[in-house]
Design a binder for this molecule. Sequence first.
Ligand code: FES
Length: 102
Amino acid sequence: MGEFVKAASASEIAPGQSRLVILNGKEIVLFNIDGEFFALDNACTHEEGPLAEGAVAGHEVTCPWHGAKFDIRTGEVLCDPAYEAVARHNVRVTGSDIEVEI
Ligand code: FES
C-alpha cells in the first residue's frame, strides 16, 4: 500500500484537462474527466512518450509520440503500438485537494 500525497488543487484542472505533477520524484499525470480525477504514470508503455502532452478525448488519452491510446480510468491500452497498460494510481479528493496514492 502506498500513501496518499497532495498532488494539486481540484480547481487547478478543468474537466477535459490534464496536468503533470512530480510526486516523490515520479512523474504522474492528473486528468479531470467530467469532474472525476484520475492519475497515470507519465510514461507510455511503448517508448515512454509523455502522456501529459497527449490529446484527451472523453476517457482516452493519445500518446503524442506514436499514437497509442489508453483508457484514463484504468490505464488499459486501447490500441497499438503499445501493448501493455500504463500504471494507474488511486486518487481521492479531500476538501479541495487532489491526493494520489504512490
Ligand atoms: S511512445 Fe507512446 S506510442 Fe510510442
